[in-house]
Design a protein around this ligand. Structure first.
Ligand SMILES: Cc1cc2nc3c(=O)[nH]c(=O)nc-3n(C[C@H](O)[C@H](O)[C@H](O)COP(=O)(O)O)c2cc1C
Length: 168
């Protein structure tokens, strides 16, 4: 097994992939080696010392590639420390109630592999990146538009993650 950490993610419009990149960068700056890959592109997760899995949320659910990744690699993941993170608009308002709601989105993957740590982050919404019908739906739902990612809190989470994942 290598001494690398895998940071893998599912993203539709790119905000979650940028969060994954930022997490990978912090882990590398702290002396760990990390690969950052889309979940659908990871064929083998068994060569990593620890794994971080992240997903955007759509309609109250993790994106299918994130759930499928955990399902497919359940055996390898059950042998190493695993952390999950979620990127969504509910976390724009960081309340206890919203944290409970968003934490529950992880239940399907928690049932397969228990995480050692969980990160819940606000995401971004840019109507112009959405197909027209979805754009109209989001506008009708008055979904907030903007970039609500809090990079300091994302980096702080990643900073605390390294010793938890690598036990150092
Ligand atoms: C069609 C659609 C459905 C969404 N559903 C939810 C939702 O149920 N709960 C939530 O908190 N955020 C929801 N969001 C917000 C996304 O999770 C947020 O914009 C996230 O940053 C998108 O990540 P991505 O850019 O990696 O795709 C939704 C966004 C879209 C476009």
């Amino acid at each position: 097994m290598s001494d690398k950490i895998l940071v893998t993610y599912a993203s539709k419009c790119g905000s979650t992939s940028e969060v994954a990149e930022a997490i990978g960068k912090v882990l590398c700056d702290k002396g760990a080696a990390a690969d950052v890959r889309p979940a659908k592109d990871v064929a083998d997760a068994s060569d990593y010392q620890a794994v971080v899995v992240g997903s955007a949320i759509r309609a109250g659910q993790l994106l299918p590639p994130a759930t499928k990744f955990v399902e497919t690699h359940q055996g390898a993941l059950s042998r190493v420390p695993v952390a999950y993170f979620v990127v969504c608009l509910t976390m724009k308002d960081d309340t206890e109630e919203n944290r409970r709601t968003v934490a529950a989105y992880l239940d399907p993957v928690r049932e397969m592999v228990q995480p050692v740590e969980v990160g819940l982050f606000a995401g971004a919404m840019n109507y112009s990146e959405l197909p027209l019908p979805m754009r109209l739906l989001m506008k009708a739902m008055k979904s907030p538009e903007g970039d609500f990612r809090d990079w300091d809190s994302i980096r702080a989470w990643a900073d605390g993650l390294r010793p938890i994942l690598l036990g150092a």
